[in-house]
Write a protein that binds this ligand. Structure first.
Ligand code: SDX
Length: 393
């Protein structure tokens, strides 16, 4: 499925690494976290339990879950000095730019005291990352609004705490809507890990050199930002808004098929899924449920998305190219309904994916045979040739 990597003369594999964390079958549309189908985890589990599963390989007992939740919760605050990093950014900076900068800066606060050769310290770094990313994402959002940062609350669960940090203001009482908290938790779970996607491979490659985990995750956030990857959720909702009504869909379908037009249907297509993205199916149902519960089922963006999907799935071009909605197609509709601006969509993807990045980083460093990554190239340049003096050129 992936590119062919030639690691050593004579040894050619289509695999770039071994991992026991996530399995994808692109033809069957199957996604398993440590062997558990994403559909079952979405229905029966919750994000922090999925974090435990991805990190440790098994579903936790009640006691293990309580201990894990306590250990994560106590790390949700940031060192007060880190607040100053935000102030160096313009207020209108994209929150992804702020997150790359602040997460990278965490190296300056936690790296020196971190020996990544010690499994216990690797685990503490992983817990710190899972705990602090929502706080950083919420602070990036608040900073963009010019509102005061809101501290985490340890009496709220992971998703509710994130919504609290994003939407509450000191001047008035804020109660987290359980409908939104459940939808938020589901979105976190659906984005938690996804095998060797571009940003996870970035984190692994950076980690293979021995770089500290905060710098590795900052590199993953930077990679995820691209519109071909995690940035697609923002680009998709902006595309749906631009289409605006179902009667304009044919115009955009034609553009997506026009080789001379760089326009692509954002939220459509995938490097691996060539049948359907199981996350998109769950997300589509969630969009229906959440908008129904919020009394906005006739949301024009949702109507355009559903009609666009219906038309595209019947169009021979998309069928032949095996293009189907991916995880980014419906997620933005739910996030918009929750009150987030499109600029916060990819930061939410990044904080959800942090557990996948850091679990794979931890797995890789736990392998004593692990070597520094070194993807090879196929050289297609000039053959060896002699230097030419400038007067002879
Ligand atoms: C994510 O890898 C992961 O797991 C990523 C991810 C994760 O969880 O980490 O799943 C998250 O990144 C999902 C993908 C989000 N990106 C988008 O929605 C952006 C729009 N989609 C594309 O740009 C594209 O589909 C990719 C990048 C996602 C996949 O690209 P591929 O598989 O390399 O496909 P391709 O670019 O080789 O395209 C194959 C053909 C091409 O036509 P031909 O050159 O064969 O004539 O399909 C066409 C493309 O032009 N095509 C599209 C299209 N996607 C591919 N045409 C119109 N609209 C699209 N969206």
């Amino acid at each position: 499925q992936g590119d062919v990597f030639t690691f050593d003369p004579g040894f050619t594999s289509t695999a770039s690494c071994e991992s026991a964390i996530t399995y994808i079958d692109g033809d069957k549309g199957e996604l398993l976290y440590r062997g558990y189908p994403i559909e079952e985890l979405a229905e029966k589990s919750h994000y922090l339990e999925v974090c435990y599963l991805l990190l440790y390989g098994e579903l936790p007992t009640r006691t293990q879950m309580e201990d894990f939740e306590r250990r994560v919760t106590r790390h949700t605050m940031l060192h007060e000095q880190i607040h100053y990093f935000f102030r160096g950014f313009r207020r209108d900076s994209h929150p992804m730019a702020t997150m790359v900068g602040v997460v990278g800066a965490m190296s300056a606060f936690y790296h020196d005291s971190l020996d990544i050769n010690d499994p216990w310290q690797r685990e503490v770094a992983a817990l710190r990352m899972i705990a602090k990313l929502p706080t950083i994402a919420a602070m990036a959002y608040k900073y963009s609004l010019g509102q005061p940062f809101v501290y985490p609350r340890n009496d709220l669960d992971y998703a509710a705490n994130f919504l609290h940090m994003c939407f509450s203001v000191p001047a008035e009482k804020y109660e987290v809507d359980p409908i939104l908290a459940h939808a938020m938790d589901l979105i976190f779970t659906l984005h938690a890990d996804h095998e060797q996607n571009a940003s996870t491979s970035t984190v692994r490659l950076a980690g293979s050199s021995g770089a500290n985990p905060f710098a590795c995750v900052a590199a993953g956030i930077a990679c995820l930002w691209g519109p071909a990857h995690g940035g697609a959720n923002q680009a998709c909702l902006e595309m749906l808004r631009q289409i605006g009504s179902v009667d304009r869909i044919p115009e955009y379908i034609a553009r997506a098929k026009d080789k001379n037009d760089p326009f692509r249907l954002m939220g459509f297509g995938h490097r691996v899924y060539k049948n359907f993205d199981p996350r998109a199916k769950v997300m589509k149902q969630a969009a229906d449920d959440v908008l129904g519960l919020l009394g906005i089922k006739d949301n024009p963006t949702l109507q355009v998305a559903k009609e666009l999907e219906r038309i595209a799935l019947e169009d021979p071009y998309f069928v032949e190219k095996k293009l189907y909605p991916n995880v980014d197609f419906y997620s933005g509709i739910i996030l918009e309904a929750m009150g987030f601006p499109t600029s916060m969509f990819t930061p939410i993807f990044a904080l959800s994916r942090t557990v996948g990045w850091i679990s794979q980083w931890k797995e890789m460093l736990g392998d004593e045979n692990q070597k520094i990554g070194r993807p090879r190239q196929l050289y297609v340049g000039k053959p060896r040739r002699a230097y030419v003096e400038v007067e002879n050129r």
